[in-house]
Design a protein around this ligand. Structure first.
Ligand code: 6R9
Length: 630
């Protein structure tokens, strides 16, 4: 499908994609290397729900991300690895080297008995071995299940158990700025509760002491020596599982979103090339961690299938100083830079000299993802980083969608600060009101749904199809419900207003209120708690917890510290509440439901108009909560 270079191109492609979606996607899919062509492009039913793309097609995504590039690009850099410490040397891994490393890693996994369909838990820092491991799984048809290496032992237990992983690939540790995280220690703690894990492969990275359990744990560097670099790719059906990736749910346990091989490959490739207006030879940097969907789709699969040079960064934006990103852009002559609003907001607070001391003239296109970007941050990014000449693509999408859904197309779409703008070709949004009717026309606001399938949509929640249906296809029957609210302005441009369910997005990371609440109640002095989000300058949103205690503590701050530690231990440091208010009761309806609406208002500091509180069991608690608001 022709590249989009103008708004007219976009309109034309969009029209084609709506009028004949199957022909549209078949043309794009035709650009890939298939072992066997599909018999039928699409079958779908959003009521069941069931979606299948490229039915009967056979492929291996790694042949498309690696092998097919080798004739022209063997010597081109596939991955630039920028280490945590800028004093250490960056690595340039060519497509040829990538092919060999992935082949070896795949053979190493095979030697441990990993087969097609097995779920491999990956708990690695942002080092090249993370990329090798995912591609190696894909090579042999194993399903990768990455757990972000900032998550706790408890999160790891939940994900290993839910996916039924029997092998974990990890490292001794990971670096994040001046901290070293003892990953193997966390794995060991988790595995006490995961009796089915029989193998752990440990990459030595930080030289953190890692006790090895005989019969279970193996060193990567020892095993990799035993295998060769040639590993034939397993033939996969288009609808075979490629990976599981967990995302927070609004109730309880995380949801293992299932992505499949064919549609995911086609869509992440198409959206990467189209939205960023990627040109051959450009160097691209997405600052996300591969532990999130952004890293899966737009550090690995999208860019590599497009034959791009993609950067993996191990560190953090603030260490050794706030110039770290800009220094790396200068060093690697980055052309396309993709980051999160939360990073932009914290970088904005640092002295501008950190930006000005670096040459950013290689930049052509900027992007953001993860949460709504406020206009001020957008303008700062545009002026100081893009120097007013780089389009900013504000990409709205989700773990569930696999790839960009609503986003400007660089150099084609006229931008508006803080707007994700228009649906990409193939994406058919519908905005719904609370009574379940579609709101047509412009200048409207409602709940964002998608009414037609796109190739990279999640197919199910691993092991729980009913929950998939209940969460995404029941609120508005026949439509995929995103959980987000949005506005559509007079030009038909979309602005995402944020979650309308019980998910809080802290620094771009989704956290379920139920998950945080259950962590807080693990503290022995906590009777009950309710958690809401509140606006935060840098993080976008932060966590506010209302907590009922058994005993009034001697020192509030000590107890707050303990509660934060409990949450950090159970979920991870990102979920720690910023504010903890001790209360004697929570505003509950007669049926026992917590009225979060009221708590949200209190947390936002907007207590003047709390709306109707007459349905509460005990309206007096509201006054107490208001009086004690932090
Ligand atoms: C890719 C990713 C998904 C949720 C999503 C929405 C929020 C993501 C956004 C955005 C406004 C954007 N979100 N991108 N909100 N503008 N450009 O972040 O996936 O971690 O699953 O989060 O993030 O609320 O529903 P995931």
């Amino acid at each position: 499908m022709g590249t989009i270079r103008s708004f007219e191109d976009y309109q034309e492609q969009y029209k084609k994609s709506i009028e004949d979606p199957e022909a549209f996607w078949a043309t794009i899919a035709g650009e890939f290397q298939w072992r066997k062509k599909w018999n039928k492009v699409l079958e779908w039913d959003f009521h069941k729900p069931e979606v299948k793309w490229f039915i009967g097609g056979k492929l291996n995504i790694t042949e498309n991300c690696i092998d097919r590039h080798l004739p022209q690009r063997a010597k081109q850099t596939a991955i630039i690895w920028e280490p945590n410490n800028p004093k250490d040397e960056a690595l340039h891994i060519t497509y040829q080297q990538l092919s060999e490393e992935v082949g070896k890693t795949a053979n190493m996994l095979k030697a441990q008995g990993v087969k097609k369909g097995d779920r491999v838990c990956v708990y690695l820092p942002m080092i090249p071995q993370l990329a090798y491991t995912l591609l190696a799984c894909a090579r042999i048809g194993a399903v990768h299940s990455v757990v972000f290496a900032g998550f706790s032992a408890k999160s790891l237990i939940d994900r290993i158990t839910d996916a039924g992983s029997t092998i974990v690939v990890t490292a001794d540790g990971g670096f994040r700025g001046d901290k070293t995280i003892n990953l193997k220690g966390i794995v060991d703690e988790a595995l006490e509760k995961c009796p089915d894990v029989s193998r752990v492969i440990v990459y030595e990275h930080t030289k953190t002491k890692a006790p090895m359990k005989v019969g279970r744990d193996l060193w990567w560097h020892e095993e990799i020596k035993k295998v060769n670099a040639q590993c034939p790719a397993e033939e996969m059906d288009a609808e075979d599982l490629l990976f599981i990736l967990y995302t927070s749910g609004s109730t309880g346990k995380p949801k293992g979103m299932v992505h499949t091989c064919g549609g995911y490959m086609v869509y992440t490739n198409y959206t990467f090339r189209t939205a960023f207006n990627y040109e051959e030879g450009q160097v691209y940097w997405c600052t996300a961690d591969i532990g999130w969907i952004t890293g899966h789709s737009y550090i690995l699969y999208g860019p590599l299938s497009a034959g791009a040079t993609t950067v993996m960064f191990e560190g953090v934006p603030s260490w050794p100083d706030w110039g770290r990103f800009w220094q790396a852009i200068e060093r690697h002559k980055i052309n396309i830079f993709y980051t999160a609003p939360t990073a932009i907001r914290s970088l904005e607070k640092a002295p501008i000299s950190f930006v000005e001391s670096h040459d950013l003239s290689s930049l052509k296109v900027l992007g953001t993802v993860g949460e709504p970007i406020n206009e001020e941050a957008w303008n700062w990014y545009d002026k100081n980083i893009g120097k007013g000449k780089c389009p900013i693509i504000d990409t709205w999408w989700q773990t569930e969608t696999g790839g960009f859904m609503i986003s400007p197309i660089a150099h084609a779409t006229k931008l508006k600060p803080a707007f994700a703008t228009l649906p990409l070709p193939g994406v058919q949004p519908a905005v719904m009101n609370e009574s379940g009717l579609e709101i047509k026309g412009n200048n409207i606001e409602g709940r964002l749904t998608i009414k037609f399938p796109w190739p990279s949509m999640a197919r199910t929640i691993y092991g729980d199809h009913q929950r998939f249906k209940d969460t995404y296809f029941s609120t508005f029957p026949g439509k995929y419900f995103t959980g987000d609210g949005c506005k559509r302005d007079e030009d038909g441009y979309y602005r995402i207003t944020g979650r309308v369910d019980d998910i809080i997005i802290v620094s771009g990371h989704n956290l379920g209120t139920a998950e945080i609440e259950s962590a807080i109640t693990e503290h022995k002095n906590v009777v009950e708690t309710a958690v809401v989000g509140f606006p935060h300058d840098i993080k976008g949103q932060a966590v506010y917890a209302f907590v009922i205690l058994h005993d009034k503590p001697g020192n509030d701050e000590t107890l707050r510290g303990e509660i934060r530690e409990t949450v950090s231990k159970i979920i991870g440091p990102i979920a720690k509440p910023d504010k903890i208010q001790f209360v004697s009761g929570l505003p509950k309806t007669r049926s026992g439901k917590i009225m979060r609406r009221i708590l949200r208002k209190v947390a936002e500091g907007d207590t003047a108009n709390l709306g109707d509180t007459s349905t509460l069991l005990d309206p007096a608690v509201v006054d107490e909560i208001k009086a004690g608001a932090l």
